[in-house]
Design a binder for this molecule. Structure first.
Ligand code: SF4
Length: 63
Protein backbone atom coordinates (compact mmCIF):
# COMPACT_ATOMS: atom_id res chain seq x y z
CA UNK A 1 0.00 0.00 0.00
CA UNK A 2 1.28 3.45 -0.89
CA UNK A 3 0.23 6.48 1.12
CA UNK A 4 0.81 10.01 -0.05
CA UNK A 5 0.00 13.26 1.70
CA UNK A 6 -0.42 16.27 -0.55
CA UNK A 7 1.36 18.89 1.54
CA UNK A 8 -0.14 21.71 -0.50
CA UNK A 9 -3.58 20.58 0.64
CA UNK A 10 -2.79 19.53 4.23
CA UNK A 11 -3.85 22.16 6.77
CA UNK A 12 -2.28 20.38 9.75
CA UNK A 13 -5.56 19.72 11.53
CA UNK A 14 -4.20 16.53 13.11
CA UNK A 15 -7.28 14.42 12.38
CA UNK A 16 -5.29 11.68 10.62
CA UNK A 17 -2.92 11.26 13.56
CA UNK A 18 -5.84 11.15 15.96
CA UNK A 19 -7.57 8.46 13.91
CA UNK A 20 -4.48 6.43 12.99
CA UNK A 21 -1.39 7.30 15.06
CA UNK A 22 0.47 4.20 13.89
CA UNK A 23 0.70 5.65 10.40
CA UNK A 24 0.37 9.42 10.59
CA UNK A 25 2.20 12.02 12.63
CA UNK A 26 1.58 15.74 12.71
CA UNK A 27 4.92 17.50 12.33
CA UNK A 28 4.34 20.60 14.40
CA UNK A 29 7.41 22.34 13.01
CA UNK A 30 6.06 22.40 9.49
CA UNK A 31 2.39 22.23 10.50
CA UNK A 32 1.75 19.29 8.19
CA UNK A 33 1.12 15.61 8.61
CA UNK A 34 3.72 13.03 7.67
CA UNK A 35 3.61 9.28 7.10
CA UNK A 36 5.69 7.62 9.81
CA UNK A 37 5.15 4.00 8.80
CA UNK A 38 3.68 3.26 5.42
CA UNK A 39 3.92 -0.50 6.01
CA UNK A 40 1.72 -0.21 9.10
CA UNK A 41 -1.15 0.75 6.83
CA UNK A 42 -1.30 -2.87 5.64
CA UNK A 43 -2.34 -3.87 9.17
CA UNK A 44 -4.16 -0.82 10.46
CA UNK A 45 -7.88 -0.60 9.70
CA UNK A 46 -7.78 3.03 10.69
CA UNK A 47 -5.62 3.99 7.72
CA UNK A 48 -8.46 4.26 5.22
CA UNK A 49 -10.65 5.96 7.81
CA UNK A 50 -8.00 8.64 8.17
CA UNK A 51 -8.05 9.19 4.43
CA UNK A 52 -11.84 9.39 4.36
CA UNK A 53 -11.92 11.84 7.24
CA UNK A 54 -9.26 14.22 6.01
CA UNK A 55 -11.16 17.49 5.53
CA UNK A 56 -8.91 18.51 2.63
CA UNK A 57 -8.77 15.13 0.85
CA UNK A 58 -5.00 15.41 1.15
CA UNK A 59 -4.40 11.70 1.75
CA UNK A 60 -4.08 9.29 -1.18
CA UNK A 61 -3.99 5.55 -0.61
CA UNK A 62 -3.08 3.20 -3.43
CA UNK A 63 -3.09 -0.59 -3.27
S1 SF4 B 1 -6.33 14.99 8.25
FE1 SF4 B 1 -5.65 15.81 6.26
S2 SF4 B 1 -5.48 18.03 6.56
FE2 SF4 B 1 -5.58 17.09 8.59
S3 SF4 B 1 -3.41 16.81 9.18
FE3 SF4 B 1 -4.09 14.90 8.21
S4 SF4 B 1 -3.50 15.11 6.04
FE4 SF4 B 1 -3.46 17.16 6.95
Amino acid sequence: MKITIDLDKCIGCGACEEICPAVFHLDEEIGKSTVIDEEACDYADCCEAAGENCPEQAISIED
